[in-house]
Design a protein around this ligand. Structure first.
Ligand code: C2O
Ligand code: CU
Ligand code: CU
Length: 496
């Protein structure tokens, strides 16, 4: 079938309102944007006068409470499996106060409900396609067999249902699910087709980590809007889509009241292309306990959290470090203007006795067998063809680009000869970051990962451990425009 489904269209035809497009909100956002606010926000506290002056703009930050995605409820449980049914369909949601925004959503909801799974217990999702074009579901970071992985050419027809089966045969981790229909996923994800999948294991259960209301998922995405409140998408295969408004869990730079206790924040950068450098207040110390592939061996103290497209971070923040009444702004120091403020934590009085604590030791990593093969992947931009290439090639579903063996590890070197950073992602396995040409390993390189940032001009070596299943898996840049329409995706066949 064709790479791009010709039946694709944006939700509720908002796209066809040309005038809305032409007089888009661009300037409205700039006006409502933060001006100098976040720059001084290192002071942790915002004097609200500046904010109040703009209080009527739907883009005013810290105006809405942080929404929490619902937890998806199984329609049935058996001894070994939780069974879910869901339909991907159009919906309307209030992202900007006072506006109804057309979206695509799992069960019509954006962001999608969170699936909570347990290691060793199967999850089955009967996924119905209620859209007029193809879709599929990829469980990002999951070790499912290829037929359940959401290969970009393995699609669910409109009106059809496909049963995904996730063995969850891996360590607990912050995973996520999203559409992977080739040629359109950069738009379908943009219009809402993503959500969290939190996989928990016994190790994690045994630690006194914050839970329930003290464990908070933060799905960070940048967006832009038309004047009628609809989402505005502009295709850019070079930089990828970059919006001027930061949403967390589907709300514009929201606020959250926190007690003076330890919180576990599970961050996901679900943006198309934007990279974040996050700080709490002035750079308050937080404790990273996990990354893409699950818990680390021990917590790492961090002041700045780098999060490229598709990456996850699991961090503990101790809000008892702050005086009651403090407003701690989560800032993106890589942003400017309206893309600096991500959200705000308002520290309340009290907090009570806190049973949670920062663990000293967590996961135990078994040694990885010595690598059996070495591969180089050269990343370049080909301006005449407007293509992002890997070893001079672009995506071709009929070609297999490498054949690693199940149960082995390899050394893969990403050699970035282009002018920008690329977050490189491998399906069906996790890897360790082994070396960087330009620097020592970054703080965010520790533990098991499935996405690694490769800076312009840099060479980064990773060691994938191919432990899941045989068959076809893709690997690609997670800047969605790069892999969905500009070619930056290859595939491997894991052999036995
Ligand atoms: Cu989120 Cu192919 O990946
Ligand atoms: Cu993936
Ligand atoms: Cu890229």
């Amino acid at each position: 079938m064709a790479a791009t489904d010709p039946r694709w269209r944006p939700p509720a035809d908002a796209w066809t309102r040309r005038d809305a497009l032409r007089n888009g909100f661009g300037s409205f956002v700039a006006l409502a944007g933060l001006g100098s606010l976040p720059r001084q926000a290192g002071s942790n506290t915002v004097t609200s006068a500046a904010v109040r002056a703009r209080a009527r703009s739907p883009f005013t930050p810290f105006r809405r409470d942080l929404p929490l995605p619902a937890t998806l409820v199984p329609t049935r449980r058996t001894r070994h499996a939780d069974i879910y049914e869901r339909t991907v369909t159009e919906g309307l949601t209030e992202i900007l106060p006072g506006f109804q925004t057309p979206i695509y959503g799992y069960d019509g909801v954006y962001p999608g409900a969170t699936i909570r799974a347990r290691s060793g217990r199967t999850v089955i999702v009967d996924q119905h396609n209620g859209l007029g074009f193809h879709t599929n579901v990829h469980l990002h970071g999951g070790h499912q067999p290829p037929r359940f992985d959401g290969h970009p050419m393995d699609l669910i027809d409109p009106g059809a249902t496909f049963r995904y089966r996730y063995p969850n045969d891996q360590a607990g981790a912050t995973l996520w699910y999203h559409d992977h229909a080739h040629g359109i996923l950069h738009k379908t994800i943009y219009y809402g087709l993503a959500g969290l999948y939190l996989l928990e294991d016994d190790l994690e259960r045994g630690l006194d980590l914050p839970r329930d209301e003290y464990e908070v998922p933060l799905l960070i995405q940048d967006r832009a809007f038309n004047r009628d409140g609809s989402l505005r998408y502009e295709e850019n295969i070079d930089a990828g889509f970059l919006g001027d408004t930061i949403l967390v869990n589907g709300a514009v730079a929201p606020r959250m009241r926190v007690k003076r206790r330890l919180y576990r924040l599970r961050l996901l950068n679900g943006s198309n292309a934007r990279h974040y450098e996050l700080r709490f207040g002035r750079g308050h110390r937080v404790h990273q306990i996990g990354g893409d592939g699950g818990l680390l061996e021990r917590p790492i103290t961090r002041r700045t959290l780098s999060l490229s497209a598709g990456e996850r971070l699991d961090v503990l923040v101790d809000f008892s470090d702050f005086k009651p009444g403090t407003q701690v702004i989560l800032r993106n120091i890589a942003g400017e203007g309206s893309t600096v403020a991500v959200m705000r934590f308002d520290v309340e009085r009290g907090g009570g006795r806190d049973p949670a604590r920062i663990p000293r030791r967590m996961a135990h990593f078994d040694p990885v067998p010595a690598p059996q093969a070495q591969r180089n992947w050269v990343l370049t931009f080909e301006p005449s063809a407007r293509q992002w290439q890997i070893n001079g090639k672009v995506w071709d579903a009929t070609r297999v680009d490498c054949r690693p063996r199940l149960g082995t590890s390899e050394l893969w070197q990403w050699i970035n000869r282009s002018h920008m950073m690329h977050p490189m992602h491998i399906h069906g396995c996790q890897f360790r970051v082994v070396a960087r040409s330009g620097s020592k390993l970054l703080r965010g390189d520790h533990g098991w990962k499935d996405i690694v940032r490769v800076d312009a001009g840099e060479r980064v070596t990773v060691q994938p451990y191919i432990t899941s299943h045989t068959g076809l898996y893709v690997f690609h840049c997670h800047m969605l425009e790069h892999s969905s329409i500009a070619g930056m995706m290859l595939q491997m066949e894991v052999t036995s």
